[in-house]
Write a protein that binds this ligand. Structure first.
Ligand code: GLU
Length: 475
């Protein structure tokens, strides 16, 4: 078999959409599984939306997910941009005109709109009636668009690797505009010209493009090009079965990054939206490359479930090697007010294992890690329950007892046990006021871990602060 070549062809929208990311992942896995090529083609022909930032946002999302792409030899940069290729599209359009497979259409926008209205009123599907196919007598300098002469005979069969055979009646395919009146080429024309030029063997994309496929197949035929394999992947829906949109929460991949998700969790989650392998939920990247097959892509739409994504994220956080989390955690810590320069990475590496078990996102982890680094901490309202005058004696005793013992696990344990015995208290009754005083929270990793990680100086400063406050009778 010849080399497999696939592509991800986003139109820049300002961010990498969850649905687009899933399409990219499927293509990437398919290419890597078959040791083929995965290209990135930026469909930036709508120049008003295709700013450099909008394009960069897509690349950024791809890089974050770890989806590296191959450079196609015909492109100027790493990713192919359609705006580089207008000359080629124009050439192809003029070839079709010359071969009388396309024609000039002089209908104005107003005329077309009027005919549309009439068709809608008569409850007909508005289709261009082909009246300019044989129109003569108008000078070529009169404004015109160029339409493709669609074949009206027979059926167009899409042999789809996900949907099976999908048959379209050719009579429903009208004469597509391939060049607008300003000369700019349109979407279906560019896609076909590029997919052929790049030698794309498999077009894997969202099934919102299925209706374009018969038109594209007719273009392939008109050019005399071989038709690639198609695989149209069902959409991703929200929990209410409507197409995934902002109403359902974040739809941009980058927003999940900013909310403290790990790329491997995101990738694992997205790949399972529409693809499955037995009932396995968690996959390493190597496993995905090995197991991914289009035959296992389902035919019904997938429902986006934020809870499950969160669950997967917690799993990946729990199982990560601490150094792997450091860089992203530093960013999150910065967002919760702890500047990078205050953080000792070695200390952070020791703190992370204490927090991995209980953090579902890196934001949660940063919020729990912040009190290790801040000079002044904020106290949750809930801590009032433990930081009350009745507990002043406990805090004083703790402060005194710990003064001359090293902050190591066994000595700390012995010391607290001793306090419990003398005061007739349970360990939790002593630990909770300490925890509240030194972390500002009512939940944290084990008290010995927190004391050791925080160190004597910071711990004492915070305990002293509470002793002083409570001594003055402050609530
Ligand atoms: N540019 C199209 C989109 O963003 C994709 C076209 C294709 O995959 O054929 O939806």
């Amino acid at each position: 078999m010849s080399e497999i070549r696939v592509r991800f062809a986003p139109s820049p929208t300002g961010f990498l959409h969850i649905g687009g990311a899933r399409t990219a992942i499927f293509n990437w896995l398919y290419a890597r599984h078959h040791q083929g090529k995965f290209y990135l083609r930026i469909e930036d022909t709508d120049q008003s939306r295709s700013t450099d930032e909008a394009i960069e946002a897509i690349l950024d999302g791809m890089r974050w997910l770890g989806l590296d792409w191959d450079r196609w030899e015909g492109s100027k940069g790493d990713a192919l941009r359609q705006t580089e290729r207008f000359d080629l599209y124009r050439q192809k359009i003029s070839d079709l005109l010359e071969q009388e497979k396309a024609y000039r259409c002089y209908c104005t926008a107003d005329e077309l709109a009027e005919r549309r209205k009439v068709a809608m009123k008569a409850k007909q599907v508005p289709r261009y009636d082909g009246r300019c196919r044989d129109r003569t007598g108008l000078a070529p300098d009169h404004p015109y668009a160029i339409r493709f002469k669609a074949s009206k005979e027979g059926k167009i069969v899409v042999r789809d690797q996900v949907k099976g055979e999908v048959v379209f009646d050719s009579s429903t395919v009208d004469d597509l505009i391939i060049a607008r009146s300003d000369g700019s080429p349109t979407y279906n024309l560019c896609v076909v010209v590029d997919d052929v030029a790049m030698g794309i063997t498999h077009v894997i994309r969202g099934d919102d493009h299925l209706n374009n496929t018969p038109r594209q197949i007719q273009l392939y035929e008109a050019f005399g090009y071989p038709i690639p394999h198609f695989a149209h992947v069902p959409m991703i829906l929200g929990s209410d079965k409507a197409r995934l949109s902002k109403r359902h929460g974040a739809t941009a991949v980058q927003q999940y990054r900013d909310e403290g998700y790990l790329p491997e969790a995101m990738l694992n989650y997205l790949v399972r939206l529409g693809w499955s392998h037995k009932d396995q939920e968690i996959f390493t990247l190597e496993e995905l490359v090995e197991k991914f097959a289009l035959e296992d892509v389902g035919t019904s739409p997938a429902i986006f479930n934020p809870e499950k994504l969160l669950w997967l994220n917690a799993h990946y956080i729990k199982n990560a090697a601490p150094p792997h989390l450091v860089e992203s955690l530093l960013k999150q810590l910065n967002d919760v007010g702890v500047a990078k320069k205050r953080i000792n990475t070695e200390t952070l590496n020791r703190i992370i294992p204490a927090l991995q078990e209980r953090s579902r996102t890196l934001i949660e982890m940063a919020e729990s890690a912040a009190y290790f680094f801040l000079d002044e901490i904020e106290y949750d309202e809930k801590t009032q329950k433990f930081l009350k005058p009745e507990n002043l004696e406990i805090l004083k005793t703790v402060r005194k007892t710990l003064d001359d013992i090293p902050f190591e696990h066994d000595p700390l344990l012995e010391a607290l046990k001793g306090i419990c015995e003398t005061m007739g208290l349970k360990l939790a009754q002593v630990a909770q006021p300490i925890r509240a005083a030194i972390t500002g929270k009512v939940v944290s990793p084990g008290i010995f871990d927190v004391l050791m990680l925080l160190g004597k100086e910071k711990a004492f400063k915070r305990i002293d602060f509470q002793i002083e406050r409570l001594s003055k009778g402050e609530p």
